[in-house]
Ligand binder design. Sequence first.
Ligand SMILES: N[C@@H](CCC(=O)N[C@@H](CS)C(=O)NCC(=O)O)C(=O)O
Length: 201
Amino acid sequence: MLLRHSATSPFVRKVAVLLHETGLIARVSLATVDGWAEPDELTADNPLSMVPTLVLDDGSTLYDSPVICDYLDRQHDGPTMIPTDGAARWQVLRDQALADGILDCAVLVFVELGKRPEDKRWDWWLDVKRRAITRALDLLEREVGRYGGRIDLGTISVAVALGYLDLRGAVGDWRDARPQLAAWYARFAARPSMVATAPPA
Ligand SMILES: N[C@@H](CCC(=O)N[C@@H](CS)C(=O)NCC(=O)O)C(=O)O
């Protein structure tokens, strides 16, 4: 399998952490690509020009990150990262959706601040996205007590989202007034899978 990836994409990191946690990393080669540049090798595999994009051995392609993670979780023999049924399944998928939503907002903030010309910035848009991230973080602070030592696609997604907030600083210091979340993240971020996939500073 070939994973079209970028070292700073948090959606790629989610897939990469899952690959490490399941031992599948040895079966995947990585091809670095800049989705924003719309390179031919990426758009041929994914017309949306987005990473992550997974190319399977038969040449077929999978995206986006939830679809790739679902596929990969069926390719290993260890504990599943997505429970197959019951309340636990919906909890994990909702946790992934919440974390991916934080990332969608944080990427939009990054684009607004990092790519859009300064005189064209839209403060209302920035504020709406930052408030969404803030509400989601407050919910995580209330809920993180139930995570315990869970290692699954939900907790991986949340940890990756928090790591991306550290990388890009979309909402300032998210640890402020969220001690439970900060303590949980400190433990999770020390996992070898998180260390191995940390984005360049
Ligand atoms: N929903 C997608 C989001 C992927 C995404 O936003 N990727 C960004 C990098 S973080 C990207 O490729 N951006 C390039 C572009 O939008 O042109 C997923 O979960 O994989």
